[in-house]
Ligand binder design. Sequence first.
Ligand code: NDP
Length: 403
Amino acid sequence: MGKTLVIGAGGVGSVAVHKMAMNIDIFTEITLASRRKFKCDDIAKSVKERTGVDINTAEIDAMDVDATAELIKKTGAELVVNLALPYQDLAIMDACLKAGANYLDTANYEPEDEAKFEYHWQWAYQDKFKEAGLTAILGSGFDPGVTSVFATWLKKHKLDTIRQIDILDCNGGDNGKAFATNFNPEINIREVTAPARHWENGDWVETPAMTTKYSFDFPEVGEKNMYLMYHEELESLKTHFPEIERARFWMTFGDAYINHVTVLQNIGMTSIEPVVHDGKEIIPLQFLATVLPDPSDLGELTKGKTCIGDIATGQAKDGSGEKTFYIYNNCDHEECYAEVGSQAVAYTTGVPAMIGAAQFLKGNWNEPGVWNMEQLDPDDFMDMLNSHGLPWEVKELSGPVQF
Ligand code: NDP
């Protein structure tokens, strides 16, 4: 149905192109480009071995708008799937406008020198994409991404309104390392060390990072401590579902992870302020990311399951009063590794990136403009989750959450 250019040959990019190659009727020609071409070539080799499909590869610095626009034109891509880092979002959106291509990503833009996690930079492109007749789809990973589509599906099929929503992200996997992040270390540590923020009664409520915790019994995983955090989909959900009174995001962390992050923070290693080391300016967090394990190497070592989903409470569609639903997916690290050679965190992001891209190429999500996932029709996306490795469950709970 269309030519696709994927930018970023990390853990998520690898899963996405493997899954695209398994759907060659939709993704008729795939090019993978990244800062270092050998990473693209390694992934292309694995894609060929696992699926028999040939993909093209290229080297690109996505911060170079002109070079990226040239590459888009050269590949003839109708859609650019940005699986590089959040710092590249605006440059790639500019390149898409220049080359006349559509855009999809999995994480909101962040300036390198501030960990802000806000959508306004990308929402400001609304008129430019509309006027150009192009579509930009923001946040097509798992969270943001599937968790936003889950909310829209509940609103379409179960609830007239959502009064409160909790997004629960549990990684019950173990990789045997003393400390490792399960996606890009720099982005992950920026996220977890930022103050926690949730939406309540028309305002943001801020609390210090990693101070509010609750033990939750996750389906197929068991009891885990989850911590209140800020996550970007809270901003888009409260904007697009203005009836929401309270929206919160929780993520599980083991005690060893918390201890390591606390020590690293206390000694300044998580700072994004430049320091001079040996006469050279470095960013401590970037140096730390360099010495930590590469998440895309953890696939073989990781065992256990993830469980990510939403608990939403609101007025039922059938007029029976207020109801609460829990909608979630379980994903098994070892099964992901057997299928595409990656652990479940990359898998649960790369598969929705492929499905979001398929929604565009199938013509389901191609209205010009800039859209968050909860603004788009959920039904075909939800069907594809079931048939492409991320099946979901929905169950009614006895009442609203008690935490
Ligand atoms: P990785 O660090 O593994 O991969 C990022 C890739 O982008 C690397 O191959 C890197 O190149 C490449 N890259 C970096 N800068 C540039 C540049 N200037 N030009 C071209 N390529 C570049 O990250 P992940 O795969 O773990 O994550 C990818 C994205 O997915 C991130 O934005 C992350 O925030 C997002 N994410 C979203 C989730 C969700 O559920 N919504 C969950 C997890 C991640 P090199 O190899 O040379 O460093």
